[in-house]
Design a protein around this ligand. Structure first.
Ligand code: KMT
Ligand code: NI
Length: 176
């Protein structure tokens, strides 16, 4: 997985938008984002991570025009709206590629995480983020979750800024 600062240039969200400034693992770690690379030929290794981190449930999502049908445009739009969740967002990429953008605090810069098959990405509860396909327009991912899925995206705004999971997230990164 490669991470870099988003260039903030207006235009197609599917383009790389690479500012040329890489984001080190240390910086990424300070945001609470975790990542591993587990080749899809060794997918059984996911079980160890799932067990250790208590990921009990899972499903797969295929984001293509065909896979999502009538929901395609609306889903893509909502994935790219800045939001947070009250639980971790855990994705293991099985095929294809895409970009997860996470907000750095307090700079408010976007960090773009470019994911490919074999990347396992964990976004902590409370982090502001968004997702887009890239120009290849295809990603298939395993979505893991701890208990019942808490999918509800809470879009950024004054009320969400005060959400207890957001407040806890900010407290957690302050001590890192
Ligand atoms: C999400 O929550 O943003 C998604 O499930 C889309 C990305 S999954 C590769
Ligand atoms: Ni999300």
């Amino acid at each position: 997985m490669r991470a870099y600062y988003f260039d903030n240039v207006p235009g197609d969200q599917r383009l790389p938008h690479d500012s040329g400034n890489p984001v080190s693992d240390e910086i990424l770690k300070s945001t609470g984002v975790l990542h591993w690379h587990i080749p899809t030929s060794q997918q059984v290794q996911i079980e160890a991570v799932a067990k250790e981190r208590c990921y009990k449930n899972r499903d797969t999502i295929t984001i293509t025009k065909q896979g999502l049908g009538d929901l395609y445009e609306s889903k893509l739009k909502s994935f790219y709206e800045e939001h947070m969740h009250e639980d971790e967002e855990i994705r293991y990429i099985l095929e294809g590629s895409g970009f997860f953008d996470v907000r750095e605090h307090p700079s408010d810069s976007w960090i773009r995480c470019q994911v490919d098959a074999g990347d396992l990405l964990v976004l902590p509860a409370g982090i502001y983020h968004r997702f887009t396909l890239d120009e290849k327009n295809m990603i298939k991912a395993l979505r893991l979750f701890k208990d019942e899925p808490k999918w509800t995206p809470l879009n950024r705004g004054d009320a969400t800024d005060e959400n207890p999971y957001r407040v806890d997230y900010l407290k957690g990164i302050a001590v890192n």
